[in-house]
Design a protein around this ligand. Structure first.
Ligand SMILES: [Zn+2]
Length: 54
């Protein structure tokens, strides 16, 4: 089994936090209480926000 970890030091995830799709350079970034969350599109960001604010 081969694992491909990215060894760069940034905290930028490479997957959408809502649907898990790989992120492009134009990821949608949402700033929540000073924390950055990354999504593949604004739809995922909205869906994620709604699921967080129950
Ligand atoms: Zn997504």
């Amino acid at each position: 089994m081969k694992l491909n970890f990215k060894l760069n030091q940034s905290n930028t995830p490479d997957k959408c936090e809502h649907c898990g799709a790989p992120l492009d350079d134009d990821a949608y970034v949402l700033d929540v209480n000073g924390e950055k969350h990354y999504f593949c599109c604004s739809h995922c960001a909205d869906a994620w926000k709604n699921s967080e604010n129950k």
